[in-house]
Design a protein around this ligand. Structure first.
Ligand code: ZN
Length: 85
């Protein structure tokens, strides 16, 4: 699935809109939220466009179930917490 030129998240993935990216691999990009709702508020988005959560659920299990490997988690220097890992 291609990126959508009208999507703000796709523009962040392409670097058209700057973001404070804390992690990136072939499946996901994580960046600090511009309007954080907690002391640490990171958004994790897939590197392919999706219209909504239902579209995300239809994507490859590589992206939805295991977006980053164990070595990615260690290399990033970020402690990853999720109810899916
Ligand atoms: Zn998009």
């Amino acid at each position: 699935m291609a990126l959508d030129p009208d999507c703000i998240f796709c523009k962040i993935i392409e670097g058209v809109i700057p973001a404070d990216i804390v992690f990136r691999n072939e499946n996901v990009v994580a960046f600090n939220d511009l309007n954080p709702q907690a002391p640490t508020h990171v958004l994790l988005i897939p590197t392919v466009h999706t219209e909504n959560a239902a579209g995300l659920a239809k994507m490859s299990a590589t992206i939805t179930a295991a977006p980053f490997s164990r070595s990615d988690r260690h290399r990033s220097g970020v402690k990853w917490l999720s109810n899916r890992l």
